[in-house]
Design a protein around this ligand. Structure first.
Ligand SMILES: [Zn+2]
Length: 260
């Protein structure tokens, strides 16, 4: 059976309501994963990673009231309860929209940049000047999202090392700052990718698996909660509470349903 995303989303919402009844409130570091604001993401057929501006504003007004944590903070996982927000891919709107709004409320956030998009001046993505300006904003952390946005776990070690090393070197050279955080493109990570990242000098790495992080979590395999363009304010609160954490098992649960 093939369902379109809106149907699946309805099922997700229902399961999340049921899950709430059985879930216990957990403390730890919750990390949210955004992508683009007001601009379509390539290959995003259901337009789920393109957050409307007005909805993003509503999210920010909710997020500002949590204990917000910067990924630059030492002892990240010792913080009993915290929330951190991240953006993947390096869209120019992260600078022109997200930064403007986040800075109003002093919300720290991270942007994980696909280095080759910057190098090639790909339309819609941060160019060199915008990235430098963004990196100099207060409360902003820039991290790597590999060099070419490939599924790292599907490649051999040599290719993995090149992707991890070249993106770090390119961004460090451009920004004059150490780059020690990474988000693995499409959440594609295995033991080899994780160990290469550690070897190359990354300190913090992110997957896209719904879960809260605690002081037992591997700093190079931290979980994040994906945020979709359909998530209203109520759903955002549910996701922060952990009601959608069952989603990390969804491939097992919906084996017969084709997910894109
Ligand atoms: Zn990505």
């Amino acid at each position: 059976m093939v369902l379109n995303f809106k149907h699946k989303y309805l099922i997700y919402r229902i399961i999340s309501m049921i899950f709430y009844a059985f879930s216990q409130k957990k403390s730890g570091l919750r990390v949210l994963m955004y992508h683009s604001i007001n601009r379509k993401v390539e290959d995003d057929i259901y337009d789920i990673y393109n957050m409307p501006n007005d909805l993003f504003e509503k999210h920010i007004k909710i997020i500002k009231d949590y204990n917000l944590v910067s990924l630059k903070e030492e002892n990240l996982l010792k913080i009993p309860t915290g929330l951190s927000i991240t953006f993947d891919d390096g869209f120019a709107n992260n600078y022109y929209i997200a930064e403007k709004l986040c800075s109003l409320f002093e919300i720290p956030f991270s942007v994980f940049v696909t280095a080759n998009n910057v190098k090639q001046k790909k339309e819609g993505f941060l160019n060199k000047k915008e990235l430098i300006d963004l990196s100099n904003c207060k409360n902003v952390n820039i991290g790597s999202h590999s060099f070419n946005h490939i599924n790292l776990a599907e490649h051999d070690e040599k290719k993995i090392r090149n992707e991890l090393y070249n993106s770090k070197a390119y961004l460090e050279d451009l920004l004059g700052k150490e780059i020690n955080t990474i988000s693995y493109p499409n959440g594609s990570v295995n033991r080899v990718v994780r160990d290469c990242a550690a070897d190359i000098g990354y300190k913090i790495g992110f997957t896209s698996i719904n879960q809260i992080n605690d002081d037992h979590s591997d700093l190079l395999l931290l979980s994040r909660t994906p945020i979709y363009s359909l998530d209203n304010e109520n759903i955002l609160k549910q996701k922060i509470r952990g009601q959608w954490d069952w989603m990390r098992h969804r491939r097992k649960i919906f084996k017969k349903i084709k997910f894109y």
